[in-house]
Structures are given as C-alpha cells and as structure tokens.
Ligand binder design. Structure first.
Ligand SMILES: [Zn+2]
Length: 487
C-alpha cells in the first residue's frame, strides 16, 4: 500500500539566488527505511492533518498535504511556518513543540488554541514522487519549497534524524557526485534543480520530469556513477524486483545482474543502457554475482540487444553451473576490474560463497561501496539452501565483508541501498548466531528433525516461511556437525 507523505525543501532567508542554501538532514542509521541517507525533512500524513483549514489552498487534498508538511517541518526542525505566530519567542515555540511531541496537544488543536493559521502561499508545490516498488514501504510524497521564516533557525530534533545543516545546492550535489552522501532520486533532483539558481522558471524545472508527477522512478542513483535499476523478477517474496546495477564512467558501463526474464522489463533496461551508450559509452561487460535465475534471467536478451558483442563474466563455479547462459570470462577472487574514462572506478572482486558457491561481491575502495549481491539484501532475508548454500562459508563471507575498512554503503540484490553497512552486517551475523544457538539447544534436547526444530526455533516467522527456515536449519546443522558440536 502506498501512503501519503509530505516533505519540505527549506530555503534560507535571503539566500544567494544563484546558488541557494538549503537545509538537509541525515537520517539516523537506526531507521529501517533509508537509514543513513541525506534527505529533506518530511514524513507520513496524519489523519488529523485533514482537520486544519489552510488559507488559499487550491483544493482540500493540497490543504492536507501542506498541513502535514508544516507539521513535519515543526516536529523535525522546530521551524514553525504559520501566520499569527510572528511574535512567539524561541522559548514559546519550544514549549509548543513540547506540547506536540508529548501529545498533550494534537497539531490541529495546537494551531487553533494559539490562533495560528497556515497559508498555502507559503508552500510552493514542486512535485510528487512515488517510492519505487522495490521497497516494502512506499510513499507518494508531495514536495514543497518553503522559505525559512525570519528569526527562526532550524535545528534537528534528536530521534529519527542524526544531524542537519545548511548547504548550498551545488556543494550538496558535489558531495553526492563524490560519493560522500547517499540520496534518493527526488532529493537529488531537487538539489540539482536548485543548483541552477532561483530562476523565474524554477518550479517548471522542478516539474519537468515525469517522475515529479508520480511516474515510477527507474534510474535510481543513490551514489554518483552507480545506477540501481530494479527489474521485476520471479524472486522470493517480499521482494518483487532484482536490482540490476549499472556502474559507469564517461567511457564504459558495467552491467551487474540483468535478472528479469520479462520482455517489458528487459526493454526498459535496454533503453536505459542505450541512453548511457548514446552519451558516448560502451558496455564493457555483463557481470553475474551468482547463478540464481532472478539474477541471470535477462542476460541473453541483453546480450542479443547489444548484438552479442558483449562478454559475460562470472566466477568459475557460477559458469559451470549455468546451462542457459554462456559465461565468456571467469572472475577470480581478488581480481581488479578497472574502468576506463572519468571518474576513475576500480572494483575488486571478492569470492564470497555461502548463498551460492560462486557468489561474488565487488568493492570500490575509493568510494566505500560494496556490491553485495544476495549475500546482504536491503529487503527480505537471505536463503541458505544446501548444497548450493553453505552456512560455514556464508558466515565466513559475512566476516570477510565485515573486515573491509571504510565501507559507507551496501548495494544489495534486492531492496534499497544500505547506508549503515557495519550495523547491517553485524545484524546479519548476530541474527544467524542467535538462531544457531537455539537450533543447537533444540538438537541437544533431543529434537533432531529439521522440520520439528523449525517449529521450536522459528516462532517469529509465518508458516509460509517454514520451507525456507527448514533449509536454513539443515545448513546450520551441517555447520555444527562440521565444527564437531553435534554430539
Ligand atoms: Zn540469489
């Protein structure tokens, strides 16, 4: 289900119109949805947002969105954009905020109690963007451009946000280009648009893309030069898409995991690649992280679209297991792949078996990026299904990934990017170890059948996942046996 949300792009008072300053925030690492990302303040619409009258609103729907945007702006940054509140001191505003946070007063009640009102003219609509379907949490977010009221200074209210700062739009874009920050497409689009200056056609430029009018975003560039292109695939729920990645320089493109067997999706991907090629690039190689059908399902179609001249590369263990797809080049552990052109991009391949025997991850040390394939995913859980899957190998691979210094982001095979890499890897390791301890306990108490162990240990998962859980139990038992711990 897609939920309504509103976000505020806050401009500094009297900012330089050629390169305006905007307030962006860093979301807490702990958030399940886009933790560690840079974004604009905002959030989901409350039911009560419909109870407020907004002056000059063009229609009731817009009024609700503006009301939600104003509330989020106040809740997250302490900025109160209302009429009738000009004489409130900073202390009074803080006490109002406390009323709201402590739920002593609802937002509509607070506004009416202090005789404050919202005016639509303070909120310039600059687009609505829908979260792509690869995320389990999806929002239809309305963006509003707002000028910070005089004598108010935003500051992040601790909780969902880790920090916030004024930054010029151009500096912000530069940080993204340099892979110092992670952002979703609407954030990036807003920053790039503002970097063009506060021109008379500013709003038109904001809206001059179909994605700003609710059309599905396909090209997702969480970091510069790394396009995440989710394609619909026959993968395991809750995921519905596999992330194909296009890593590009001025000259070359690497395509990772074109996984969709569906023609419409293959065409969408081919169109994206054609567009990058029209800008003077060539496809250097198609690379496979591993053999699963939802990661290789579109290889042949893409190859024939590119007139078969392009090579497919994978680990030897992947190559030997694939029948339908021909692998032309083998990638070994620790091998470097260096793209030509600008900016320099160099990836190191890591053989990281566990989910699959020939599983590869790819590390860009300069940017702290790790392409994790299905070893770590942004959505759902990782299946370890013996004999292809192996729990000893999998945990060793997670440890190896954990030991890579200065990681800033994980690009997984499904779901959004993970901008808090070590927290995520630790979660994965701890989760497996906790399960294993319980499996061992059950086994030692005399329950030896995997299916029975599942019903004791996996009390937190839906019966639908029991089949997968049973495979994991078998993998854990095998690991315990190899380690000599099953007596
Ligand atoms: Zn897989």
């Amino acid at each position: 289900m897609i939920k309504d949300a509103a976000a505020v792009i806050l401009l500094k008072q009297n900012t330089d119109t050629t390169d305006p300053e905007v307030y962006w925030v860093k979301r807490s690492d702990k958030l399940a949805f886009l933790g560690g990302f840079h974004a604009f303040p905002g959030g989901q619409i409350d039911e009560a947002d419909a109870e407020v009258e907004v002056k000059n609103a063009v229609n009731p729907e817009t009024a609700v969105m503006i009301c939600g945007a104003a509330r989020e702006l106040f809740e997250e940054l302490g900025v109160l954009l209302v009429h009738g509140g000009e004489l409130l001191t900073k202390g009074q505003r803080l006490s109002l905020l406390d009323d709201l946070e402590s739920k002593r007063m609802t937002w509509p009640r607070l506004l009416s109690h202090y005789e404050l009102h919202l005016d639509a003219n303070d909120f310039t609509f600059v687009g609505r963007w829908v979260t792509p379907p690869f995320s389990p949490r999806r929002f239809d977010t309305w963006f509003f451009l707002v000028r910070c009221p005089a004598k108010q200074e935003p500051s992040v209210v601790p909780g969902e946000l880790e920090s916030g700062e004024w930054i010029t739009a151009r500096q912000a874009v530069e940080k993204w280009v340099n892979s110092e920050v992670t952002a979703v497409p609407p954030t990036l689009h807003a920053l790039k648009t503002l970097a063009g200056g506060l021109t008379p056609d500013l709003v038109d430029r904001f809206l001059d893309t179909p994605q700003a009018r609710g059309e599905t975003v396909r090209r997702i560039e969480f970091r510069g030069n790394y396009i995440c292109f989710p394609v619909r695939s026959p993968t395991r729920p809750p995921a519905t898409h596999t992330n194909c990645y296009l890593v590009y320089t001025s000259d070359e493109i690497l395509v990772f995991d074109p996984g969709s067997p569906y023609e419409d999706e293959q065409l969408a991907l081919a169109t994206m690649i054609d567009q990058l090629c029209e800008e003077g690039r060539t496809v250097r190689e198609i690379i496979l992280t591993h053999l699963h059908p939802d990661h290789v399902g579109g290889v042949n179609a893409l190859r024939s679209h590119l007139h078969a001249s392009v090579r497919v590369a994978a680990h030897a263990k992947t190559a030997e297991a694939l029948n339908e797809v021909q692998v032309d080049r083998l990638i070994e552990d620790d091998e470097f792949i260096e793209l030509s052109g600008e900016p320099p991009i160099k990836l190191r391949a890591l053989h990281t078996p566990g989910h699959a025997r020939g599983h590869l991850c790819f590390h860009d040390a300069k940017r702290g990026i790790l392409l994790t394939g299905d070893n770590i995913v942004g959505l759902g859980s990782v299946l370890i299904d013996p004999p292809e899957g192996n729990m000893v190998d999998y945990l060793a691979s997670l440890d190896r990934m954990r030991s890579i210094p200065n990681l800033t982001i994980l690009f997984g095979g499904h779901g959004a990017a993970v901008a808090a890499p070590y927290r995520k890897i630790d979660d994965y390791i701890n989760h497996r170890m906790e399960r294993e301890a319980k499996i061992l306990e059950a086994y030692q108490s005399g329950v030896k059948e995997p299916a029975e162990i599942v019903s004791i240990v996996y009390t937190d998962v839906s019966p639908k996942a029991y089949g997968m859980a049973e495979r994991a139990v078998i993998a854990h038992l095998e690991k315990l046996r190899v380690e000599g711990r099953l007596s």
